[in-house]
Design a protein around this ligand. Structure first.
Ligand SMILES: Nc1ncnc2c1ncn2[C@@H]1O[C@H](COP(=O)(O)OP(=O)(O)OP(=O)(O)O)[C@@H](O)[C@H]1O
Ligand SMILES: [Mg+2]
Length: 246
């Protein structure tokens, strides 16, 4: 791990880090929850990308929904174009291939994907990654028959914590609910919840505005305000009360 001089991971969302004591505590497991299209993947990728490019932290992005090409193309369109060997993106196909390779032959071949991801994460050398994203929990659930979600998720979160990396698990929400995860237990097991939300504003020509809120962040004094979230050429920015009063 690259020593950052801090026990916090910056989100590099302009304005947000100041609201959460400079960043997300190192080694924690966090949910990034939102409805479809709320920029969950873009935010998660942006955190890994900027930490890789700006301060050399190693990131692993596991994309179970989009393939590597389509994900990186999308991120390039958002301005995240710089080549870096500090950010590894794996998808369903590349991981499946890896897990069938010689290195894993001695291990029991697991069919459900929660166990497979666990096996893969456990096989990584400690501290080989500073940051990890799993996109998404729901894709994993679709590929796994969870007999006892509470127990199995407890062990899954434990494995993530034992890596000592700071992880972000993407979780899909349905419209008009405050359920940040499928089973509910994830909300208690995690250390932080970042909520990406939309609101329809205006009456005749209404449009969707994006918001970001920190719902939970252990060991941190954070603002409970929902901030307007924008994406421009320099990345994500929040608007604070002061910005809006100017
Ligand atoms: N500058 C921008 N500002 C706002 N939205 C943008 C901008 N650039 C692209 N988008 C759009 O935001 C959409 C959502 O992004 P993203 O894929 O990160 O969301 P998501 O929450 O991961 O979606 P899904 O639920 O499909 O996984 C993309 O389709 C993209 O076209
Ligand atoms: Mg996504």
């Amino acid at each position: 791990m690259v020593y950052t001089g801090s026990r916090r991971i910056k989100t590099f969302v302009k304005g947000l880090d100041e609201q959460i004591e400079s960043g997300i505590p190192v080694g924690t497991v966090n949910l990034i929850s939102g409805t479809p299209g709320s920029m969950k993947s873009s935010l998660a990728y942006s955190i890994l990308y900027h930490n890789a490019v700006k301060i050399g932290l190693n990131g692993l992005y596991i994309s179970m929904e989009q393939d590597v090409r389509s994900l990186t193309e999308q991120m390039k369109r958002l301005g995240m174009k710089e080549k870096t060997d500090k950010l590894l993106v794996e998808d369903y196909t590349s991981l499946d291939k890896k897990l069938r390779s010689k290195k894993f032959q001695k291990l029991k071949f697991e069919h459900d994907w929660i166990s497979r991801i666990k096996t893969y994460i456990e096989s990584l050398e400690k501290q080989s990654f500073d940051l990890m994203v799993l996109d998404s929990l729901d894709a994993l659930y679709a590929l796994t028959d969870l007999e006892n979600p509470r127990t199995e998720l407890y062990h899954f979160f434990k494995t993530l914590r034992e890596t000592e990396a700071t992880s972000f698990l993407i979780s899909e929400m349905t419209q008009n609910t405050d359920k940040f995860s499928k089973y509910g237990v994830e909300e208690f097991l995690c250390d932080g919840i970042i909520h990406l939300d939309f609101k329809r504003t205006g009456t005749i020509l209404s449009r969707l505005e994006r918001f970001i809120g920190i719902v939970k962040l252990r060991n941190t004094a954070y603002s409970t305000q929902y901030f307007p979230l924008q994406h421009g050429p320099d990345g994500f920015t929040i608007l604070t009360r002061e910005d809006l009063e100017l």
